[in-house]
Ligand binder design. Structure first.
Ligand code: NAD
Length: 664
């Protein structure tokens, strides 16, 4: 693909580099020759570093350099480009002029994208005739390393260009999030907007000193305090954003004097050597201070969740996309959606009302859904009809659901013919298990619990791996919450043990920690020889707490279980088979098909009632006295004696044919 990047500054140089890294021909354009020289050096230094670290071979680095042309004649540069990304300073008129020119000189099918931080796409495309190909591609700094790209559509953007831009972002190794409505600040910067106002108010009103709040924030694990961060970004940039939000979102964004005063005094932070702090040595000289707790991290989270809820209400983005955007854009282990789950509606509402009252600003008032007690509902929205450009009446609903398949947010329930169902974990980063996935698993199990058309359930990963374990970055506020979270995993995994159907765990790739525990809750495990299972918990100070500490010892004895749990060592599928954890090994290339065949053979070859009762006896028998187990066994056998299935089984055996069990 041919790409032109306009503006070779802080952002443009990184955008050019990443496109070239992924094989695209790039023109990097700037109106200032010295800027191009600087960009060339930046790109060359970055390639040298990647070569030193072994990320790139020398020849690959050379090829990347060859793919970038440094140009200053925009019209020539963009003539045959498939994509143009504008990254000139955040000045609306400048961007409008550039887009009006691009519209005239670019190919009709070229995508015209802006890397604006805040400005609505429709403002930038004001003078463009063919607005359907104009959209936002908002990269984060440094653009060659940060994974997030917000792909933003205006009302005029055509679906096909929007989707193409999503694909292009993926093709250069990014994680695109869809911004479905044109709204100032899009997702990450919009969620940050009320924070900035809040931090400014804290100083305007002398609630705390910057160093006190920064000390507290760092104590909470943030890499930089908010004031240090604003200095780092540039207070002029912050003030500029506040001005734009005052015009477009609420004039309350004008109510920030301290930052505007610093900017008026030429104190813009790191770039001018002075801001909230002194940066003359290149680092912030932050006065020593006791961390203050007048403002807590929960206040900040409450403000962010409130803004995120407004974004969902305005149908700007879906909750999952917001979560991803904030995590990747702000380098956080969790985003506002997962934090929101730890608040009750009433708690959040009260906190926001207090903040709003204390600072006298409506911006901090609870969003409509919180006001109406609908926090849980709004953060669970999974789709909404996205704006669609004229002729095509498409919505943003993720995919059409094929017959027999039900998609949950983190797994797929596939009902197959032949009495078999598959639960396919389908969650980022090797099917990491978090609270949402547990909820989906519970719903899927309940969905098939009474379904007589399903006798055998396979649980596995939708890709190459079973599950790499629990998502450790999930936000869990306190010790008691962690206890409850643990109990939740135990309870939901136990449903697999209790469901009156045969459950097979198909292990491929990795089954680590929580993933391994999930597989242990199945009745039978099959695996590839090279799959790896382990309990790495103790190596990070935890223990297998979704029933693994109990199940493994019951399964293979305490000596072998101790070795696996106490060393955290990975064992292969082959070793797991020799230990009795795994019953069958299937080749990696065909494990999915072979497991289905194995399941179908079971589903049709054994009586579902006999299987369900046997399963119950095995599981209960492990916990009760031997004689009680025998008592249960004889009762269960008595029940089976009256079934049609037993008659069918015996006559099929005598007639040397396959049985046809009806589960009666
Ligand atoms: N810096 C960030 O962290 C960041 C992050 C995300 C988005 N953005 C957005 O990206 C855009 C660029 O920001 P930046 O920080 O890279 O700015 P920058 O000032 O570092 O670079 C802008 C470049 O554009 C060049 N330029 C100006 N007018 C031009 C023209 N008419 N034709 C060609 N080149 C021209 C300048 O010479 C300069 O080299 C802005 O819209 C900004 O809001 C910035």
């Amino acid at each position: 693909m041919k790409v032109t990047v306009i503006g070779s500054g802080e952002m443009g140089r990184g955008i050019a580099l990443v496109f070239a890294q992924f094989g695209n021909e790039v023109n990097l354009d700037d109106s200032i020759p010295e800027a191009l020289e600087k960009a060339k050096k930046y790109i060359s230094d970055n390639i040298a570093k990647m070569t030193e670290k072994g990320i790139l071979k020398q020849s690959e680095g050379d090829d990347i350099k060859k793919r970038i042309a440094y140009v200053s004649n925009l019209e020539d540069a963009v003539k045959d480009s498939d994509l143009v990304v504008e990254a000139v300073p955040e000045i609306v008129e400048l961007k409008q002029n550039i887009f009006a020119t691009l519209d005239k000189v670019c190919r009709r099918d070229a995508i015209l994208a802006t890397n604006t931080s805040n400005i609505k796409i429709s403002e930038i495309s004001k003078d463009v005739k063919h607005k359907d190909r104009v959209l936002g591609l908002h990269f984060f700094n440094p653009a060659n390393r940060m994974k997030l790209v917000e792909v933003i559509r205006s009302e005029d953007t055509a679906d096909e260009y929007f989707e193409k831009a999503v694909k292009i972002s993926e093709s250069i190794g990014k994680t695109p999030v869809r911004v479905l409505r044109d709204s100032p600040g899009f997702i990450v910067n919009r969620i940050n907007a009320p924070d900035m106002l809040f931090f400014c108010q804290v100083i305007d009103r002398n609630v705390e000193k910057p160093e006190e709040l920064d000390a507290y924030a760092k104590g909470q694990g943030l890499p930089m305090g908010p004031y240090e961060l604003m200095d780092f970004v540039g207070l002029d940039t912050v003030a500029h954003s506040l001005d734009y939000y005052a015009k477009t979102i609420s004039d309350e964004y004008n109510k920030c004097t301290s930052i505007r005063k610093l900017v008026a005094d030429g104190k813009m932070g790191k770039k001018t050597g002075k801001g909230f702090y002194d940066w003359s040595t290149g680092k912030a000289a932050i006065p020593k201070a006791e961390p203050s707790e007048k403002i807590t991290i929960m206040d900040i989270f409450a403000i962010e969740i409130n803004e995120a809820v407004k974004l969902i209400e305005e149908q700007v983005a879906l909750p999952d996309e917001i979560e991803t955007a904030v995590k990747l854009g702000l380098n956080r282990p969790f985003g506002p959606m997962s934090v929101a789950k730890s608040f009750t509606n009433a708690e959040l509402k009260k906190m926001l009302e207090n903040i709003s009252k204390t600072y006298g600003l409506n911006i901090f008032k609870p969003a409509k859904s919180i006001e109406a007690g609908k926090l849980k509902e709004i953060i669970s929205v999974r789709s909404f009809a996205a704006p669609s450009k004229k002729k095509e009446e498409k919505t943003s609903e993720v995919t059409s659901v094929p017959q027999g398949e039900k998609k949950y947010s983190s797994l797929i329930l596939e009902k197959r013919s032949n009495y078999v169902a598959r639960i396919l974990l389908n969650h980022p980063k090797h099917n990491l298990i978090n609270s949402d996935l547990l909820n989906d698993l519970e719903s899927a199990i309940k969905e098939i619990w009474d379904d007589k058309e399903i006798r055998v359930v396979i649980i596995t990963g939708s890709g190459e791996t079973f599950s790499a374990g629990a998502e450790l970055t999930q936000f869990i506020p306190g010790l008691f919450d962690f206890v409850e979270y643990t109990r939740k995993g135990e309870r939901i995994f136990k449903l697999l043990q209790e469901i009156p159907k045969i459950v097979i765990a198909e292990i491929k790739g990795l089954a680590l920690g929580g993933g391994f525990e999930l597989s242990l809750s199945a009745d039978i495990r099959v695996s590839t020889p090279e799959a790896q299972v382990a309990f790495p918990e103790v190596t990070i100070g935890l223990l297998p707490a979704w029933s693994g500490s109990q199940r493994l010892a019951k399964l293979i004895g305490s000596s072998r279980a101790s070795y696996i749990i106490l060393t955290g060592k990975r064992i292969t599928g082959e070793e797991a088979k020799s230990l009795g954890i795994v019953s069958e090994l299937f080749p990696k290339a065909s494990i999915d098909e072979e497991t289905i065949q194995f399941a179908e053979a079971l589903a049709n070859g054994v009586s579902p009632i006999a299987a369900a009762l046997s399963k119950r006896l095995i599981n209960r028998g492990a916990d009760i006295a031997f004689d009680s187990g025998l008592e249960m066994e004889s009762m269960a056998a008595g029940v089976l004696y009256g079934t049609e299935d037993l008659k069918e089984g015996i006559s099929a055996m005598l007639q040397k044919r396959k049985p046809n069990f009806q589960g009666k």
